[in-house]
Design a protein around this ligand. Structure first.
Ligand code: MG
Length: 364
C-alpha cells in the first residue's frame, strides 16, 4: 500500500460541550485541522490536530507538508514514517508545532494499518479490553457558578457517569476552593469518582495546603490534576509526596523525553498523555510503556474517540477523558455503556469524518 494523496482542512466549530446543560450558549469557537491520507488501495486514513490558536494556518501547513513528504511511502511502516518526518523537520522538533503536526499523520497511518488488515487500532496495539472506564469532562468548569455545580454533578451521575472532573484554581480564598469541592461531593454522593483540574494555576505550597484540607474534611479526590507548572518536575514531586491524593500530570509536555523526567522525579502518581503533544500513537505507546515500568497508571487527554483504542489496549490504562469537543466531526462515535466507553469494532480507528459537517464548518 502506498500513500497517494493528502487533504487537510481547517474546521471552526462552536466551543460548546453537550454535557453542559442550562447555561447560555458560548460564542467562543474551536479550530481543528483535519487530515485525510488517500492510498493506491482506495483506503483513506484520518487524523486531526489542534492547539494551534492564532497559528492554526501554520499548523495546517505543517500537516500538509509532512503529508506530502510521505506520498509514495507505505503507511503501515509507522516507525519509518515518524523517522522520516523527524529528519525532515530538522531541529524544529520534537516540541511545539512539529509534534502537533506529526500526530495526525501518525494517527492516519495507524488507521490505514488497521483498515488494511481489517482490525481495530486497539487490536493492533494489544487489544486487552473491549471497553474501559470513562469520565465526564468539561462540564464542571472554573467559571461555572457553584449553584450550577450543585445541579450538574447529579445530572452527570444520572446520565450514567461514574467518574467526573471539575476545575478549581481561580477562587479568591482557600475556603472558596473547598466549598466548590464540598458542594460537588455532596451532590454526587460518595460512590462517584471526582477529579479536580487546576491547569497549573497554583503554587506548590498552595496545592499542598488546599488539598490537605480537603483530605482532612473527607473530601478526597480521585486525582488532583496539574496543580502547578507542568515542567516543575521537582515541585510536582513535592506535592505528590506530601499528599495521599494522587497527582495526575503530563498533558502539557511535548514528545517522549519529558515523561522520563516526570517519572524519574516521581512527579506524578497518574501519567496523563496527550495524543497531539506526544506526536501521535507511536510515541503515546512508548510513554505508556515507560509508565508501566514505573508501576503507574495512564490516562488520556481529550479526543476520546481515538484515545479509547489506546487506553483499552494497555495493561496500565485507567480511564478515558470523555471531553466531547470533537464528537460532531464524526459520523459515529464510541458508545458509553454502564459508565464505560466501548472500543469501536470497525477496522482502523473505526471513525469516519462527517463530510457534511466538515463542509459546514470548513474555513480553509
Ligand atoms: Mg487537564
Amino acid at each position: 500500500m502506498k500513500i497517494t494523496h493528502v487533504t487537510t482542512k481547517i474546521i471552526r466549530t462552536p466551543a460548546d460541550n453537550p454535557l453542559v446543560v442550562g447555561l447560555p450558549p458560548t460564542t467562543d469557537t474551536r479550530e481543528f485541522v483535519t487530515l485525510e491520507l488517500g492510498t493506491d488501495q482506495g483506503l483513506v486514513g484520518i487524523g486531526l490536530t489542534f492547539f494551534g490558536g492564532a497559528l492554526t494556518p501554520a499548523l495546517r501547513s505543517a500537516v500538509q507538508t509532512l503529508g506530502e513528504l510521505i506520498v509514495g511511502d507505505d503507511p503501515t511502516q509507522t516507525e519509518a514514517i515518524t523517522a522520516k518526518c523527524r529528519k525532515a523537520a530538522g531541529s524544529c522538533g520534537p516540541g511545539g508545532i512539529f509534534s502537533l503536526a506529526l500526530a495526525p499523520v501518525d494517527m492516519a497511518c495507524w488507521d490505514l494499518k488497521g483498515k488494511a488488515v481489517n482490525q481495530s487500532v486497539c487490536a493492533l496495539l494489544g487489544g486487552l479490553r473491549g471497553r474501559v472506564a470513562t469520565y465526564a469532562s468539561g462540564a464542571l468548569m472554573r467559571p461555572h457558578p457553584i449553584d450550577y455545580l450543585a445541579k450538574a454533578g447529579p445530572r452527570l451521575r444520572d446520565m450514567g457517569f461514574r467518574q467526573m472532573k471539575m476545575q478549581c484554581g481561580s477562587e479568591k480564598t482557600i475556603g472558596e476552593s473547598i466549598e466548590r469541592v464540598r458542594v460537588m461531593r455532596e451532590g454526587i454522593g460518595p460512590d462517584v469518582d471526582l477529579m479536580c483540574d487546576i491547569n497549573q494555576l497554583w503554587s506548590v505550597h498552595h496545592a499542598i495546603d488546599v488539598t490537605r484540607r480537603l483530605e482532612e474534611r473527607g473530601l478526597h479526590l480521585y486525582w488532583l490534576e496539574d496543580p502547578t507548572t507542568a515542567d516543575d518536575y521537582q515541585g510536582l514531586a513535592r506535592i505528590a509526596d506530601a499528599l495521599s491524593t494522587p497527582v495526575a500530570a503530563g498533558e502539557y509536555v511535548y514528545g517522549i523525553a519529558p515523561f522520563r523526567q516526570l517519572l524519574e522525579h516521581r512527579s506524578v502518581d497518574i501519567v496523563m498523555i496527550d495524543l497531539l503533544r506526544a506526536g501521535g500513537i507511536t510515541h503515546w505507546m512508548k510513554i505508556a510503556g515507560m509508565a508501566e515500568a514505573y508501576n503507574l497508571p495512564v490516562v488520556s487527554h481529550l479526543i476520546p474517540e481515538i484515545h479509547v483504542h489506546l487506553i483499552a489496549a494497555i495493561p496500565n490504562g485507567l480511564t478515558v477523558e470523555y471531553m466531547p469537543w470533537t464528537l460532531r466531526l464524526f459520523e459515529e462515535t464510541p458508545d458509553i455503556k454502564n459508565g464505560q466507553i466501548v472500543v469501536p469494532s470497525k477496522p482502523g480507528l473505526g471513525l469516519a469524518f462527517d463530510q457534511a459537517v466538515l463542509k459546514k464548518f470548513q474555513i480553509a
